[in-house]
Design a protein around this ligand. Structure first.
Ligand SMILES: [Zn+2]
Length: 288
């Protein structure tokens, strides 16, 4: 027998055409290969298995807000480096790199918007900016979100996605926990509702302060929500943790959160909750 010629005429490896980067992506849930465009159109939810992948802040606006419009508050607030912190790289350089890659000044956006016609004070963490960590600016913006909502008698809808306090700001970042919760208490005394939406992941100082203090705490399916990481807890209590520990479904079963809501139903669900919780015009706010 004769071997066929391996090299066929006219085939040139340099001319090999391949699809551009990012045309397809693999689902983290079922491993299926899905066109990126399809995933985008579906707000990063897998049509096969329902896996919720991370959704960027602009897409959350498109999903939840009327016309995708947010009238932003305090976008000018930018982080500083009062401790001159360095951990291999200076904090200042880390900020610049995060601002460049995320095209945002900080890890949260806040403002006034409408959801199904209802005016709301809206905030959303940008996980892409230093893991959505809470430094002085994030804490200040959340405080202002609650304070403005109190002044303007708006309900607050806040989307959480954070690795916790920002270690590069040391104690200043931990102080944000108390500051934000104090502002939230003033909102509560005014009888205005706070709907906390817990996305994957909501951990550390954010989970340990305002994130789990919503009048209603909603979580996305399979989101990781907790204070310390599972490994740290296992090492501390010397016990093996149960299956699904710190995931939305586990937390719902143990009374830590109120509802698990998929992305498709999220807008309607929040609008309905706000409708039920918002005191009607003219009615006296409830005393706390
Ligand atoms: Zn899938």
């Amino acid at each position: 027998m004769t071997w066929p010629h391996k090299k066929s005429a006219g085939l040139d490896a340099t001319q090999k055409r391949s699809l551009g980067k990012g045309v397809f992506r693999r689902c983290d849930g079922c491993g299926d290969t899905v066109p990126t465009e399809t995933m985008h159109a579906n707000f990063e939810v897998c049509a096969h298995c329902g896996q919720h992948h991370k959704l960027a802040a602009p897409r959350w606006r498109d999903l939840l807000l009327d016309d995708g419009r947010l009238e932003e508050w305090d976008a000018h607030l930018a982080p500083s480096d009062p401790l001159h912190f360095t951990d291999g790289k200076s904090y200042g350089d880390r900020i610049l790199a995060a601002q460049k890659s995320s095209r945002a000044t900080e890890a949260i956006e806040i403002g006034r918007a409408r959801m199904s016609g209802t005016p709301v004070a809206y905030g959303a963490f940008l996980f892409a900016f230093m893991g959505g960590s809470m430094g002085s600016v994030v804490g200040e913006k959340i405080t202002r979100l609650f304070e403005r909502a109190t002044d303007e008698r708006l309900p607050v809808v806040l989307l959480q996605a954070s690795g916790g306090a920002r270690m590069q700001e040391g104690i200043l970042s931990l102080m944000q926990m108390a500051k934000t919760v104090a502002a939230l208490e003033r909102l509560r005394s005014a009888g205005l509702p706070f709907v906390s939406v817990l996305l994957h992941p909501t951990t550390g100082g954010v989970a340990a302060s305002f994130a789990l203090l919503g009048d209603v705490n909603i979580a996305e399916p399979k989101a990781l929500i907790g204070f310390a990481g599972a490994r740290v807890i296992e090492q501390t209590i010397r016990q093996t943790l149960p299956e699904g520990f710190q995931r939305s479904e586990f937390l719902l079963a143990h009374g830590m959160i109120d509802r698990i809501v998929g992305r498709r139903e999220m807008k309607q669900e929040i609008a309905q909750l706000v409708g039920h919780l918002m005191p009607s015009v003219g009615r006296e706010p409830r005393s706390s």
